[in-house]
Design a protein around this ligand. Structure first.
Ligand code: GLC
Length: 448
């Protein structure tokens, strides 16, 4: 393996084209069936929690079933929790004997996961929580300095194991840099974890790796959680989200608020429209199998991507906006209008500054009529009355150049059909020379 750290642009290339990843929260906490925060939320004493490990033996754990599901969903990468906040490692750690190999299961799930992911052609991400609830020094470092020091030394050792034992790792997905005393600034937490030193070590071992922003340092990727918010152009970002309620990444038996397929697709498209990725989570059951509510939704996303993936993978931002209808993505001079709310036989979007050449329904290739009218109104007609896809239908529009939005230099000019034209000089008499009708309630026009 080359030891030269690659440039950000080189490392981030694949990620910018991936758009969709599958997150897997699986660990000892899955046994509780009450989510991955059960230990802390219920304040289960460490010794009691430890006993759970004797029962952890997910016989049906089959990493290739997960990776097959990820492929069916159209995901390009997969991220698994190797150790969550409860401190239980899913690999044969020498630094942490609270792990799945030294307890009942006797299996290295990280090895199984990495091998299956590689085999399936998926990029591999390892989630790793810095914090470990079992350590008093994490909660009260000043009171328990030896415990705090031991924790930090141990996480450096554990991360080294993850970075040296499993070949090429594409993403290091940190979590848990924070402290329950919430006013501790991020930079201070980065110092607590010795994150600079830690990440330098990671990069020397995995020169191409992408590191997220949850070690207290910005590193390569922003990670908005449970919402889709774009970072600035060029910066890698990824929205992670649960399918069910926001609390509960690990399996929660009774989790009735599953998002619908149209909702999930809208999040995915919104991420793509901001040149970001969508990392959608599953929380497998204690035996390692995936619940039906999750497999069904993932397969539906995959079926949609098979037909409409061109409007998502590798797309860039598009200047055009049509909030009432949906979201635009773009490849070169082609815009893709991802329709969330089907408008009927005609779709109208104002303030388009680039001439369209043609429009088609992406799914069928059916040709539509398209023209550019006054106020930059892009009018697409000949649409079927009902949405061709019950979730999200995509209209592909080829333009003469990179599609541009018309800037409204004078906010009322659209009333005369002249949106985007140069503003006229203010009329010395106080009357507008173009005789635009007064805008109601603006007070901008003298009366009489
Ligand atoms: C939060 C939670 C954690 C979950 C993570 C996923 O940080 O603490 O349980 O794994 O979000 O992004």
């Amino acid at each position: 393996m080359s030891k030269t750290v690659l440039s950000y642009d080189e490392r981030i290339k694949w990620f910018h084209k991936a758009q969709f990843g599958m997150f897997v929260h699986f660990g000892l906490y899955s046994l509780t069936e009450r989510g991955e925060w059960a230990m802390y939320n219920e304040r289960i004493p460490a010794a009691d929690y430890r006993e759970l490990a004797a029962k952890f033996n997910p016989r049906k754990f089959d990493a290739s079933a997960w990776t097959t599901l990820a492929k069916e969903a159209g995901a390009k990468y997969i991220v698994m929790t190797t150790r969550h906040h409860d401190g239980f490692s899913l690999w044969d750690s020498d630094a942490n004997d609270f792990n799945s190999v030294k307890t009942t299961a006797g299996r290295d799930f990280v090895a199984e996961f990495v091998n299956a992911s590689r085999k399936a052609g998926l990029k591999v991400g390892l989630y790793y929580s810095l914090l470990d609830w079992r350590c008093p020094g994490y909660f009260e470092p000043e009171k328990y300095p030896a415990s705090a020091r031991a924790l930090v030394d141990r996480i450096h050792a554990e991360v080294r194991e993850l970075m040296t034992r499993y070949g090429k790792i594409d993403i290091l997905w940190y979590d848990g840099y924070w402290n329950p005393a919430e006013d501790i600034p991020m930079a201070k937490m980065a110092r607590f974890w010795k994150a600079r030193k830690l990440n330098a070590m990671v990069r020397s071992l995995q020169p191409h790796i992408l590191i997220n922003n949850r070690s207290g340092l910005a590193e390569d990727l922003d990670t908005p959680e449970q919402h889709v918010t774009a970072s600035k152009h060029g910066r890698g970002w990824e929205s992670c989200m649960t399918m069910g309620d926001r609390f509960g990444w690990g399996y929660i038996r009774n989790n009735p608020n599953m998002k619908t397929v149209p909702q999930l697709l809208q999040y995915l498209v919104t991420a793509a429209a901001g040149e970001g990725n969508y990392l959608l989570n599953i929380g497998p059951k204690p035996d390692g199998t995936v619940r039906r509510e999750e497999t069904d939704r993932l397969r539906a996303i995959g079926a949609w991507l098979k037909v409409n993936g061109e409007a998502v993978y590798g797309c860039e931002r598009c200047e055009l906006t049509s909030e009432m209808i949906g979201m635009w993505t773009r490849r070169g001079n082609t815009g893709y209008l991802n329709v969330f709310r089907w408008p009927g036989t005609e779709a109208v979007m104002p303030l388009v500054d680039t001439k369209p050449r043609s429009a088609t329904l992406l799914a069928t290739g059916e040709r539509l009529k398209v023209k550019l009218e006054q106020n930059g109104r892009l009018v697409i007609s000949g649409l079927p009355r009902r949405p061709p896809d019950p979730c999200v239908s995509v209209i592909k529009v080829r333009f003469d150049g990179k599609p541009r939005a018309l800037k409204e230099k004078d906010l009322s000019k659209w009333l005369t059909g002249d949106a985007g034209k140069q503003p006229s000089a203010p009329c010395p008499t106080g009357r507008d020379s173009s005789q635009s009708p007064p805008a109601a309630g603006t007070g901008a026009f003298p009366q009489g």
